[in-house]
Design a protein around this ligand. Structure first.
Ligand code: AMP
Length: 490
């Protein structure tokens, strides 16, 4: 059994009646989480027997999702979270990409799906309440996949990252102490790895995960829940906090106990940090960096007021735990002292790999894994500095999107002769939304209908906000697509 799971079980024995996780009115105590996950694990094991393939779990941020995750790993199966914003066509391709055996639903699916092994929410609920016990020796080991997350792939198909029990344990070694044992406000969907520290740091320490959502809660509800949460720690993307900062009531009076913000996933700006210091004079601001492929985050740094006031870009942090980071030139040699190159990650947090074996990972002679991030950066004074991507991956509202993958979907639609998708940037150069450009052929529907078709296949944040029909794409003098001039066509 992994250390993280063992810690949760020990904690559940110590504080059975404490609230482990909350979303709106939905609450599960440690006892409910432990007993419910054991019973569901036992029923899963009976039903699936030798079939150890991953189990997909569908829903929003209700605590029952976490109960289902724990049930999967206690029965020796990795879980694959699928957020309820996932369109059904995408759900199918994700289940196929992960070779999932079953879809456990924590809420009803929006439509009937033929040909899948689906456990409806009522069946999951019944299993969790049956009181059965699950033998501890079934649980996922350190070497085996603990969870599988699907990320956006450049081919348009989901790419599944397998994170092992040992990867999660290695992350928790340093993230646990940083996150403390209080109330953690988590704003990320469970299908995104920034939700991982909120879940596991809370339930292994006697803390509580208070989940909130921008997608399912309206603005007033979100602020009400934040106010009610008694949060000590706020884990979010910079995009999420920008949204909150737009409201003046987002300040220490709303969350008087808040001691720390922890950011990851996107560039945190000095301006955002200054605003947080003004609004939350008693809170610390921490920045961290990492991809799903290296288990949430591999660096961290406390952003000081001095750093924020200097106005210079903020560091992404120093390597934490047993992570090793180096910067590679094109030939794979290490670059030092502030010279730019690709950020390379090594150590026990580097995931098992992609399920379909896509490139990016390699195994080192000492058995550790190496992941080439595709991120551009440098190391200076022991800190990592992030300088963007080497490819066309972007972050939109904190979500990772491959513009090339979205273009592939657009190209597959009827009446589309050619298509390109590019991010539209704000004045600070940050991607704000996607624009799609289509050269139509006979039978091409209107841009609105094209967008409607895409919404059937892609998460809402991946769908271009505007689609424009054009006669031809502008080219650079050497004949390549001129993305800058393309955006000017908007
Ligand atoms: P995800 O797998 O969704 O967590 O996205 C990982 C990617 O987010 C990384 O490869 C980076 O491109 C970006 N990222 C993560 N942390 C940071 C950070 N602190 N600053 C800038 N970009 C980041």
């Amino acid at each position: 059994m992994t250390k993280t799971l063992a810690r949760f079980l020990a904690q559940a024995r110590r504080t059975p009646d404490r609230v482990a996780c909350r979303y709106g009115d939905g609450v599960l105590t440690y006892r409910q989480l432990e007993e419910g996950s054991a019973a569901l694990a036992a029923v899963l094991e009976e039903a699936l027997g030798e079939d150890r393939r991953p189990v997909a779990v569908y829903g929003g941020r209700q605590p029952e999702m976490i109960r289902a995750f724990l049930a999967c790993v206690r029965s020796g199966r990795a879980y694959l979270p699928i957020d309820d914003s996932c369109p059904m066509a995408r759900l199918r391709t994700t289940l196929a990409a992960a070779d999932a055996s079953v879809l456990l639903c924590c809420q009803p699916l929006p439509e009937d799906l033929e040909g899948l092994n689906i456990w409806e929410a009522s069946r999951v609920e019944e299993a969790a309440a049956c009181g059965k016990e699950c033998p501890e020796n079934l649980a996922v080991s350190e070497e085996a996949p603990f969870y599988i997350l699907s990320t956006s792939g450049s081919s348009g198909q989901p790419k599944c990252v397998a994170v092992s029990g040992g990867n999660l344990d290695a992350f928790m070694e340093w993230a646990g102490p940083l996150c403390g044992n209080g109330v953690i406000l988590g704003s990320s969907p469970f299908s995104f790895d920034l939700s991982v520290p909120g879940i596991y740091c809370a339930i292994t320490s006697g803390g509580t995960l208070a989940a909130v959502s921008l997608d399912d809660m309206d603005y007033r509800e979100l602020f009400y829940q934040m106010g009610q949460s008694q949060a000590d720690l706020f884990i979010a993307t910079p995009s999420f906090v920008s949204f909150c900062l737009a409201d003046q009531t987002f300040n220490q009076d709303l969350m008087p106990r808040l001691e720390r913000f922890l950011f990851c996933g996107e560039t945190l700006s000095p301006r955002q940090s200054r605003a947080l210091f003004r609004r939350f004079p008693r809170a610390q601001v921490w920045n961290s960096y990492g991809p799903t492929e290296a288990t949430v985050a591999v660096t961290a740094v406390e952003v000081t007021r001095k750093m924020a006031e200097s106005g210079d870009p903020l560091p992404a942090g120093a390597p934490m735990g047993r992570n090793r980071i180096w910067i590679s030139d094109k030939e794979g040699n290490s670059k030092e002292d502030g010279r730019l190159g690709e950020i390379m990650l090594e150590g026990p947090q580097v995931a098992l790999g992609y399920l379909a074996g896509e490139p990016g990972f390699s195994v080192l002679p000492n058995g550790d894994r190496l992941y080439a991030t595709g991120d551009l950066g440098c190391l200076r004074d022991g800190q990592l500095w992030y300088h963007g991507r080497l490819d066309r991956q972007v972050k939109l509202r904190g979500y990772r999107v491959e513009a090339g993958g979205v273009a592939e979907h657009l190209r597959s639609l009827r009446g589309v002769a050619a298509a390109e998708v590019v991010p539209v940037l704000d004045e600070e150069g940050r991607p704000q939304w996607l624009a799609g450009f289509v050269i139509p052929e006979e039978g091409c529907p209107s841009p609105e209908r094209l967008a409607k078709e895409l919404r059937k296949q892609l998460y809402p944040y991946m769908v271009p906000r505007r689609i424009v029909l054009v006669d031809a794409f502008p080219l650079t003098p050497n004949g390549k697509l001129d993305r800058k001039r393309l955006v000017e066509l908007l």
